[in-house]
Design a protein around this ligand. Sequence first.
Ligand SMILES: Nc1ncnc2c1ncn2[C@@H]1O[C@H](COP(=O)(O)O)[C@@H](OP(=O)(O)O)[C@H]1O
Ligand SMILES: [Mg+2]
Ligand SMILES: [Mg+2]
Ligand SMILES: [Mg+2]
Length: 355
Amino acid sequence: MASQEYSKELHIALLAVQRATLLTKSVFHSHAKGTLNKSDASPVTIGDFGAQALIIAALQHNFPQDEIVAEEEAKDLRENDQLRETVWDLVKGASLSDATAENELGGSISSPEAMLDIIDKGNSKGGNRGRIWAIDPIDGTKGFLRGGQYAVCLGLMVDGDVKVGVLGCPNLPVSDSERLSENIGADATDAEGKGVLFSAVLGQGAQSRPLSKDTVSSPSSIHMKPLANISEATFCESVEAGHSSQGDAAAIAQKLGITKPSVRMDSQAKYGSIARGAGDLYLRLPARKDYVEKIWDHAAGDLIVREAGGQVTDVEGKRLDFSLGRTLANNKGVIAAPKDVHGEVIEAVKSILNK
Ligand SMILES: Nc1ncnc2c1ncn2[C@@H]1O[C@H](COP(=O)(O)O)[C@@H](OP(=O)(O)O)[C@H]1O
Ligand SMILES: [Mg+2]
Ligand SMILES: [Mg+2]
Ligand SMILES: [Mg+2]
């Protein structure tokens, strides 16, 4: 049988996300997370920089022609010797325990200077032409710092359309059959038995597999849970009230007859959770009118939910458009739901937001 389309891209993406996720786990457990505040007042840690370096190095080794849009830049590390050395210590020690897998990723980065240049290779403007990877080295940095959920995120777009998506979620349960509990975001740990990789290739379905320390584990297919009645839905939203208007979400839930409390969770772990049927809906209602969503916050999750039988749009019902550069310039908010109830959810969203 001929290998399926994008099979090499998926394999490398899984390995690269796995290696980067292991690096972030070591930072998650340490007290010194090397946190800085960026110009927009959002945090970045040594884990974000290190994970971005490892993923880009793996992509450049395998797909040297491809462009990369990544969240972070090396400027702060160039200006701060101590911070640079701390990140370098993390990066040079990071490797998968399987030698073949590590070889496939190109092995270690050669020097701290090379690491800085690699981090800055994520500066593509994005757009609607050619092969462009989108990287969020730690999505949900605030959750990461709080000891909650976070995700290492990688997507491949071709001509502006997402073809491959991978999410590494070290603090989610491995099992697809655990329903979400209210406090999953708050009491997350990556103790034994935790850690999952979600993935999808356009037209080939969505999968989950345990996060491993060596080569990739074998996958299970994942699907959104059929909903007999929308009123029985469990919906997910951000922990951060500034990222998603929780008052609007509550009003929409009430309109749909939903009585269960929302599950608040950081990061694209929300997309992975509903894709595996652990929850049903993801509501991200714009809290600030001027905020423009970034493509790396949604590329992988959007594809994984759609391949699991869901529909993902903005609050007006438009598909997310990844072809416009580094941001989702043409979209406001995100509504993800099983295909057959998505229309009903959008009607409720419109009726509340247009009030
Ligand atoms: N005002 C805002 N509205 C919506 N999203 C925002 C925001 N400010 C920051 N974000 C984004 O929200 C992401 C986290 O999403 P969530 O709330 O679902 O955990 C952040 O990703 P990072 O943590 O990668 O910076 C950041 O890009
Ligand atoms: Mg950030
Ligand atoms: Mg993010
Ligand atoms: Mg991030």
